[in-house]
Design a protein around this ligand. Structure first.
Ligand SMILES: [Zn+2]
Length: 148
């Protein structure tokens, strides 16, 4: 059967489902690239398949959408007013999975960075990449952007 979507439409649809290769993530990848940082993508052999892994720095990074992953206190983490019976367990599941992945990575000795989507809006992205770069070269085990 032929795909009714163009390849570009298909790619966008798949990205929306999997939450990978999203615009914020691509923006971070380009900014880190520009800083000469090398990373691997979506390593499935690691808990939670981190979006970026910088083995040289022992660091795993997640780029989290503020809505789906419930960025605390963020204005983009809105809660739909209808069908709460549908959304509530979905949100709770995402948050629990994120927590478990971070804990498992930490237990294996990985440093873990969480970059929220709102820190990767066009104007904020360069500063976020710079802060991430500093963190990678430092000693702190965890980083959250924006800082809580
Ligand atoms: Zn946010």
């Amino acid at each position: 059967m032929t795909d009714p979507l163009t390849p570009a439409q298909r790619r966008r649809a798949m990205q929306a489902v999997r939450g990978k290769n999203t615009t914020p993530e691509m923006r971070l990848r380009r900014a880190l690239d520009a800083r000469g940082l090398r990373f691997r993508l979506h390593r499935r052999d690691l808990p939670g398949s981190p979006d970026l892994v910088l083995a040289r720095f022992g660091a795993a990074i997640f780029v989290h959408g503020c809505f789906w992953h419930r960025h605390p206190g963020c204005r983009y983490a809105t809660t739909p007013a209808t069908r709460t019976e549908y959304w509530a367990p979905k949100f709770a599941g995402n948050v629990a999975r994120d927590r478990a992945a971070i804990d498992a990575l930490r237990a294996r000795g990985w440093r873990v960075g969480v970059v929220w989507e709102c820190a990767l809006r066009a104007r904020a992205a360069p500063a976020t990449a710079a802060a991430l770069d500093d963190w990678l070269r430092g000693a702190a085990a965890t980083l959250e952007m924006p800082q809580p």
